[in-house]
Design a protein around this ligand. Structure first.
Ligand code: GDP
Ligand code: IMO
Ligand code: MG
Length: 428
């Protein structure tokens, strides 16, 4: 029975939220397995626009059970705010389940995120400032606070005191900030316990049983392959595994249960924050993509860096994640361009390289080798079958498919829920 992983193919904001929402009515569980409220997913349903951060996008589909699994870092205050905002708009959020093993983002993680970024100066990552990196660092350092700790006051106090011991020395002596009182943190975290209690459970067991019962489970990745802490453009990455492997460790579901891996890929490329980006545009074409694609961050509002489609990155994503299907989004944004360049390989210090180089210096030096494709001018936002697309748009999609290492099963032609061309069913 289907366990489907859906991940981002590039540097995030590919339209994962919309793709999850598209499948939402046909799945029983949607699981967030990595990241936290650094994610920003915009889903448009009719006249309504939803911005989701910590909650999986599947929450908008009636009947779906949304799950925040162990691999996520949870800012509980943000969680409650997001739940309240959705409830006020009539979304049923009562089925949400949260893992007892998920880690908690506290005020000191948010503070550390901001001060360490400032300290890095021009080497800064450009994080979302939500405390994601410091919370994962504590997890790996074994001084993290988990959701289950909120239900045991003594343990919570010991752990918060332990976590703050070293941090307060750093904050005061290195970063010139005031020390954080353990008791303030403990009081705040304890105040969440009562509301959280009915939502928490052993989500790994829940999902295991759901799969045994023949339910359909969709694992929705936050961020994307090139932001993955192991496989992305380190150190300009997020602090979790955003690739399909992260769905396994981040949920407690074994790898041999995964049936399908869907990667969402934009018909061009964007990136928020610092780090290498070979096809980045600094001219009016970049402005065109930013304006037409409305490329401004859902979480921080920052303008996204824009560039052409990078086929070596798509092939890399196909390989690292075991992609079975691509969902190609935002094809409509390219409408009106006379020519559309696609990066087919790189030149690294004068040598042609066909795959993403593993050496960071080589990737920094990678200059795209482009192939140009003819554009189209017809409005495609109303198109619902592949054959209705203008010939040049069809040719563009087929060219990307032949270069990207897996089939393109669906094509986004507008922000709306309905604006999609399906070529192959993504679930059966
Ligand atoms: P996510 O983080 O991967 O979920 O993506 P975001 O929501 O941050 O960014 C994707 C943006 O593109 C959102 O504003 C979506 O509404 C929008 N979008 C998604 N698919 C399409 C599409 O096919 N065409 C257009 N024009 N917009 C799309
Ligand atoms: P979705 O799920 C785009 C980027 C940040 C920064 C780096 C590290 O909407 O695709 P962090 O706060 O995670 O420590 O920041 O990662 N980043 C994203 N970029 N989309 C996202 O999520 C992102 N989440 C983090 O801009 O460069
Ligand atoms: Mg986003």
């Amino acid at each position: 029975m289907p366990a489907i992983v859906l991940i981002g193919a590039q540097w995030g904001d590919e339209g994962k939220g919309k793709a999850t929402d598209l499948l939402g009515s046909r799945v029983d569980y949607v699981v967030k397995f990595n990241g936290g409220n650094n994610a920003g997913h915009t889903v448009v349903v009719g006249d309504e626009k939803y911005a989701l951060h910590l909650l999986p996008s599947g929450i908008l589909s009636p009947g779906v059970t949304p799950v925040i699994a162990n691999g996520v870092v949870v800012d509980v205050e943000v969680l409650f705010e997001e739940l309240d905002a959705l409830s006020e708009r009539g979304v049923d959020v009562s089925r949400l389940k949260v893992s007892l093993n998920a880690h908690v983002i506290t005020a000191y993680h948010r503070t550390l995120d901001k001060v360490t970024e400032r300290f890095l100066g021009k080497r800064q990552i450009g994080t979302t400032g939500r405390g994601i990196g410091p919370a994962y660092a504590d997890k790996i350092n074994r001084v993290g606070i988990r959701v289950q700790d909120l239900f045991d006051e003594n343990i919570l106090r010991q752990k918060v005191e332990g976590a703050l011991d070293q941090k307060n020395h750093m904050l005061v002596k290195v970063y010139n900030r005031r020390a954080i009182e353990a008791e303030e943190i403990v009081t705040e975290l304890l105040s969440y316990a009562e509301r959280l209690r009915p939502m928490v459970t052993d989500t790994a067991l829940l999902l295991h049983q759901a799969l045994n019962d023949g339910k359909t489970v969709l694992f929705e990745g936050g961020q994307a392959t090139m932001l993955d802490v192991d496989h992305g453009t380190y150190p300009f990455v997020t602090s979790s595994n955003a690739t399909s492997g992260g769905a396994v460790t981040g949920s407690g579901i074994a790898p041999n249960r995964i049936d399908r891996v869907i990667a969402v890929v934009k018909a061009y490329t964007t990136r928020v924050g610092s780090g290498p980006f070979p096809t980045e545009l600094f001219d009016e074409s970049g402005e065109y993509l930013r304006a037409n694609g409305f490329e401004f961050g859902t979480t921080t509002g920052r303008p996204r860096r824009c560039g052409w489609y990078d086929a070596p990155i798509a092939r890399y994503t196909a390989r690292i994640n075991g992609v079975t299907d691509f969902v190609l989004t935002k094809l409509d944004v390219l409408t009106g361009l006379a020519e559309i360049p696609v990066c087919v390989a790189y030149s690294v210090d004068g040598v042609r390289v066909d795959e993403v180089p593993v050496s960071q210096s080589d990737f920094h030096h990678a200059v795209p080798i482009y192939e140009n494709f003819p554009g189209w001018t017809e409005d495609i936002t109303g198109v619902r079958t592949f054959d209705e697309l203008p010939q040049a748009a069809q040719d563009y999609v087929l060219a990307l498919e032949s270069m990207s290492g897996s089939r393109i099963s669906a094509i986004g032609v507008g922000p709306d829920r309905e604006a999609i061309v399906v070529r192959h069913d993504l679930i059966d």
